[in-house]
Design a protein around this ligand. Structure first.
Ligand SMILES: NC(=O)C1=CN([C@@H]2O[C@H](COP(=O)(O)OP(=O)(O)OC[C@H]3O[C@@H](n4cnc5c(N)ncnc54)[C@H](O)[C@@H]3O)[C@@H](O)[C@H]2O)C=CC1
Ligand SMILES: O=C(O)C(=O)CO
Length: 312
């Protein structure tokens, strides 16, 4: 079995070593331009078109959870990967725990009013504030997939009222499930902390806009963990100015790296991280891919297959 690997920034040697250990029967090589030799599987992130074009692959594995970049590349270059070749993505592989850490720490930060205490500290003011009630801190998770479900599970343990919004209804104990566009207003009504874990698709791009933000509770908060294009940045800034939003924590941006003159940098109630909420963890990702390849070789169906028509 022949496997080719391409990632623009990972340490190739470490990955190849781990993959060889997990799949000793396979020949695994880093793909370099001009390599047209046979391959059965390709493991990729931002692959050059020429790497995949014309190959008879049994499967392609994206080395991340979101496949929006590869799907948009396929729109421009459909010849890169015919529909008949399955495309898989990473499911959790350690990203769920990272998303839980991020979401829980930020929700607790706001719930315990550390943002307000930091502002008071900067004014040298000693002033205990009224506590927030859990009942007034309903958390709404946009996207109830692999990562949204993990985040919900962790916040549930902290006793917050929880709801999720997804394409189809989900059954998660302790989480009220809203589904489809017609239930979005009910999901938003009363939501105090909105956490975004949707995939980037034509239907979800720009979803966090003025119309959506206006339906949240007053003094609410937004955490964007998914993709920058989900948020209309000027609407978010306007909602912060109007008082509708009290704070935002953003990991992803419509332009990355964020331009140095973007007003988000200077906004006192916007916190940011540079697209690091959940990174691909090598050992978990290699185990997931190795198991999937072995299952495909046995003729079994494996999870994580991307539905290209649906866009995620
Ligand atoms: N900031 C970061 O470091 C990272 C960000 N991500 C982002 O997180 C996203 C989510 O990842 P997973 O949970 O693994 O994806 P998933 O595919 O398991 O879950 C997606 C969820 O969104 C819902 N959804 C999709 N389209 C919808 C629509 N039009 N209306 C309502 N619901 C819709 C689905 O029903 C599903 O519940 C990824 O696509 C990626 O963009 C993933 C990893 C790291
Ligand atoms: O896996 C993904 O989709 C990511 O965004 C990794 O940072």
């Amino acid at each position: 079995m022949e496997i080719i690997f391409y990632h623009p920034s990972f340490d190739n040697n470490d990955w190849i070593r781990a993959l060889r250990q997990a799949l000793p029967q396979a020949n695994i090589r880093v793909w370099t331009p001009g390599d047209n030799a046979h391959a059965d599987y390709a493991l990729v992130w931002h692959p050059p078109v020429e790497m995949l074009k014309g190959r008879q692959l049994k499967g392609v594995f994206a080395l991340g959870a979101g496949v929006d970049s590869i799907l948009s590349q396929l729109q421009a270059h459909p010849e890169m990967l015919p529909e008949s070749i399955p495309l898989f993505r990473l499911e959790d592989t350690g990203m769920g725990l990272q998303m839980q850490e991020y979401a829980v720490s930020q929700v607790l930060h706001w719930f315990r009013r550390f943002d307000d205490y930091q502002a008071l500290k900067l004014q040298a003011k000693w002033q205990p504030l009224e506590e927030y009630e859990r009942g007034d801190f309903t958390i709404g998770i946009l996207g109830a997939g692999v990562l949204g479900a993990k985040v919900a599970e962790s916040l549930l343990q902290w006793g917050f009222p929880l709801r999720s919004w997804s394409r189809s209804r989900k059954k998660m104990p302790g989480v009220t499930s809203f589904a489809g566009g017609e239930e979005l207003p009910d999901f938003l009504h009363g939501t105090r902390v909105l956490i975004n874990l949707l995939p980037n698709t034509p239907e979800t791009a720009g979803i966090i806009n003025a119309a959506l933000l206006n339906q949240l509770a007053d003094n609410s908060y937004v955490i964007n963990l998914a993709r920058g294009v989900h948020v209309v940045e000027r609407d978010l800034l306007a909602a912060l100015e109007s008082g509708k939003l009290k704070g935002a924590m953003l990991d992803v941006f419509s332009q990355e790296p964020l331009a140095s003159d973007n007003p988000l940098w200077a906004h006192p109630r916007v916190a940011m991280t540079p697209h690091m909420a959940a990174t691909t963890r090598r050992s978990e990702a290699v185990a997931f891919i190795a198991q999937a390849i072995q299952a495909i070789e046995r003729g079994e169906t494996v999870s994580g297959r991307v539905d290209r028509a649906r866009g995620y």
